[in-house]
Design a protein around this ligand. Structure first.
Ligand code: SF4
Length: 494
């Protein structure tokens, strides 16, 4: 039987967990459409489910309208639904699940009614102490309706609110209990709040359009709705936005700069190239990665090309540095949605080829350098190399704009179990043979901080050295590898 399948040739790719978008418009009552377009710009961060919750700060507290569903933003929402959602404050979310299963209940934003009114919350990242926090709450009578970390956060905010003067104080107190990665947007009855974990794993920024303030994962969402970038929310910062006071910042949770740990994969792959994170252009980081590959893994060739989309900028960087011409070698079908029917194993159509085809005229008789952002299991790379050869490339040299993956991620990226990683227990020469390339080069680990001008980064999935101790419970669903985790713990004992 055919299986419904998402992502096709991306089946060997990594997935970001979520994108968040919040807005408070001091003048108008129709934020739902801005949230819709903001989420549309963040769709690359999660394609499984999405949702919007809006409220009217002038209306009765507790009156939050929300709608969410499985699928892409343009599949879930209709014009009629958006027109019914009146409000001047709201949050939206796109999700790809790593912790908590992929169901409608687990879609966000979460809307929580409690004695002080209603909260809507959208969260990006994984907590490493979610199980402990959940247990504490359950022990004191909480009943959970979802299996996601975000509900744990929402409950903690609601509980802290009972002992706090303001909702932002409650958010700050709840955040102090969280360990791991979180970029949060919360709409309370009268305030829009954003919070970023002290390491700053996931991005979060503020924008402004006329008298509306926006808090979102990426600056590309600001551009899409015609807003201007105001600033990034700092790692460990909680900001509160109201008409009375504008943006008010609380930096109580910040840590020394060297303890910050931005996910370097945001720059290499997850974020859109037209976004800026913490002052660094994602596009420029990828160009640099390509330049470093050209310096560290040079090879003679006739053409440099990128595996679309994330390999393109690095390929241009390689070309600029090496002088080898850059060209397009792949044509991508952009219309493969969430419910595409995956070809049968026996079918002549290849999953990869349905989505990606080679421009024969571009590669025929040429020595090609193919740049990709990562190799996870390697199941796609070998097919793409073969496609280039079948189209007439005389040599295929593969360059990867990240170091080899060797460890799991606990902070929101679905890196599979170690033994499924192609680089686990294999040399680069072994991998080269498996994918059938003439040569293979990865970005050097030492180059990673240079991609972001020395900003402190997390590189745990390449080194096994995480910015904080990994969790003791399974937090990553199917991707969690207990044996490897145990092995790491034993090896790392003093
Ligand atoms: S382990 Fe890797 S994917 Fe996870 S946060 Fe760190 S750099 Fe990002």
């Amino acid at each position: 039987m055919n299986e419904l399948y998402n992502n096709l040739y991306d089946e060997d790719a990594l997935h970001e967990e979520c994108g968040v978008f919040g807005i408070y418009d001091f003048d108008a009552n129709d934020v739902a459409s801005s949230i819709y377009y903001g989420l549309f710009a963040l769709q690359h961060r999660g394609q499984e489910s999405c949702g919007i919750a809006v409220s009217d700060t002038q209306g009765p507290k507790g009156n939050m309208l929300s709608y969410k569903g499985m699928g892409l933003v343009n599949e879930v929402f209709t014009t009629e639904q958006l027109e019914k959602m009146h409000g001047d404050i709201g949050v939206g979310h796109v999700r790809y699940s790593t912790a908590g299963s992929s169901t409608r209940e687990n879609a966000q934003p979460l809307v929580l009614n409690y004695v002080k009114g209603t909260l809507a919350l959208a969260h990006n990242g994984n907590l490493i102490n979610a199980a402990e926090l959940r247990h504490d709450l359950e022990y004191t009578g909480a009943i959970f309706q979802t299996t996601i970390d975000s509900e744990v956060i929402a409950y903690h905010i609601a509980r802290e609110r009972l002992n706090s003067k303001t909702v932002e104080e409650a958010v700050g107190r709840a955040c102090r209990k969280l360990k791991g990665a979180y970029s949060l947007v919360v709409a309370s009855p009268r305030k829009l709040i954003g919070a970023r974990d002290p390491q700053g794993f996931k991005p979060l920024c503020i924008g402004k359009r006329d008298n509306a303030y926006i808090i979102t994962s990426e600056t590309c969402a600001l551009d899409t709705i015609g807003a201007t970038f105001v600033r990034d929310i700092k790692p460990g910062e909680v900001v509160t936005i109201t008409p009375e006071n504008g943006i008010v910042s609380n930096l109580d949770m910040t840590v020394p700069k060297e303890q910050e740990a931005r996910c370097i994969f945001e720059y290499i792959y997850f974020a859109r190239p037209d976004s800026h994170i913490d002052g660094e252009s994602v596009y420029a980081s990828r160009i640099k990665a390509g330049r470093f590959l050209a310096q560290d893994s040079p090879v003679e060739a006739d053409l440099v090309t990128g595996v679309p989309e994330s390999g393109n900028a690095a390929a241009l960087g390689y070309s600029l540095e090496s002088g080898i011409p850059y060209g397009t070698a792949f044509v991508k079908n952009a219309y493969v949605g969430r419910t595409f029917i995956k070809p049968k194993q026996s079918a002549r159509e290849s999953s990869v080829q349905v989505k990606l085809n080679v421009l024969k005229e571009a590669v025929q008789g040429k020595r090609v350098i193919m740049i990709d952002d990562s190799i996870v299991r390697g199941t796609t790379s070998d097919r793409i190399v073969k496609m280039l050869r079948d189209a007439g490339a005389t040599e295929v040299h593969v360059r990867i704009s990240s170091p080899p993956f060797l460890w799991p991620c606990y902070f929101g990226t679905d890196i599979p179990a170690r033994e499924q990683l192609i680089a686990y227990n294999r040399s680069i020469e072994d991998i080269r043979q498996i994918i059938g390339a003439d040569s293979l080069g990865y970005l050097e680990l030492e180059r990673l901080p240079q991609l972001v001008n020395g900003l402190p980064i997390c590189n745990g999935c390449f080194t096994g050295n995480y910015p904080m101790d990994p969790p003791t419970e399974d937090i990553r669903g199917d991707y969690y590898d207990k044996e490897a985790d145990l092995e790491k713990r034993i090896l790392s004992r003093p």
